[in-house]
Design a protein around this ligand. Structure first.
Ligand SMILES: [Zn+2]
Length: 263
């Protein structure tokens, strides 16, 4: 009797172990087309693990590398992220993600112009990620430089940098208009948030395909700011994205043709 119950207990333990640890091939199977909300929850959970100092560091091993070689990334990647190039914002670390998880666009000041918008369109329409995050960050040098220039400070920059940061000017001007009492470098945090909205607005104006996917609820666009001091991602209010989409739909300057044929 004793032996028999011990055997049963061992069997239960073995079964629970098997259930808790699926074989690597199954563990790495893609979540079948996560919803935008599920993809956002995955990023939030990853940032929470990073903040807690308890990253899982999944999808970074030899099995994942092999899997990437034989896979279509569209079956695995769950988010497109537009972020700044800043070395203090390493995306796979701060979201505790790995190979084939994130489709990433990085550019100084997280601006959205032709190259970035084209890459985002690829991430949404072809890599089929259901979520786009536009991620600004605290103490962004690109936004700080534009804020200084917009307040009358002369800056001499390498010749390709001024056109790169040009799209940040309207964001800084909007922040200055909204907060006329805020002077000097104190405007930078407001401009950083406004610059996230600027990138989303530019994206909606330039990309009819993105507007269609968001309107059809195939894709969700979310703004966020990464806090360098604490490692925490602050998620910005979602209703502002809906307002920017509505404004873009009414703007006569919006691009209209979602696809173009090349040969
Ligand atoms: Zn930056």
């Amino acid at each position: 009797m004793f032996t028999k119950s011990l055997g049963a207990a061992a069997l239960i333990t073995l079964l629970s172990l098997l259930l808790a640890s699926p074989p690597p091939a199954l563990a790495q199977k893609a979540l079948i087309e996560p919803t935008p909300q599920q993809a956002l929850a995955m990023l939030k959970a990853g940032n929470a693990r990073f903040l807690a100092g308890e990253p899982l560091r999944e999808h970074q091993d030899a099995a994942r590398i092999q899997l990437a070689d034989i896979s279509n990334q569209a079956e695995y990647a769950y988010a497109t992220i537009l972020s700044c190039s800043d070395s203090r914002v390493p995306l796979e670390h701060i979201f505790d993600a790995g190979i084939m998880d994130l489709f990433v666009v990085r550019v100084a000041g997280n601006v959205a112009q032709t190259d970035e918008v084209g890459t985002i369109e690829y991430g949404l329409a072809h890599v089929k990620t259901p979520l786009l995050v536009v991620l600004g960050h605290t103490r962004c040098g690109a936004v700080a430089a534009v804020a200084a220039a917009a307040q009358g400070n002369r800056l001499t920059l390498e010749r390709n940098i001024p056109p790169l940061v040009e799209p940040i000017f309207p964001a800084v001007q909007a922040a200055m208009k909204a907060h006329p009492q805020v002077k000097g470098a104190q405007i930078v945090p407001y401009a950083i948030e406004q610059n996230v909205w600027q990138a989303i607005s530019d994206l909606f104006l330039m990309s009819p395909a993105t507007r269609e996917m968001v309107t059809a609820k195939k894709v969700m666009v979310v703004g966020a700011i990464y806090d360098l001091a604490h490692g925490k991602v602050r998620w910005l209010p979602q209703d502002q994205v809906a307002k920017l989409l509505q404004a873009a739909e009414k703007n006569p300057k919006r691009a209209m043709k979602p696809t173009v044929t090349i040969n």
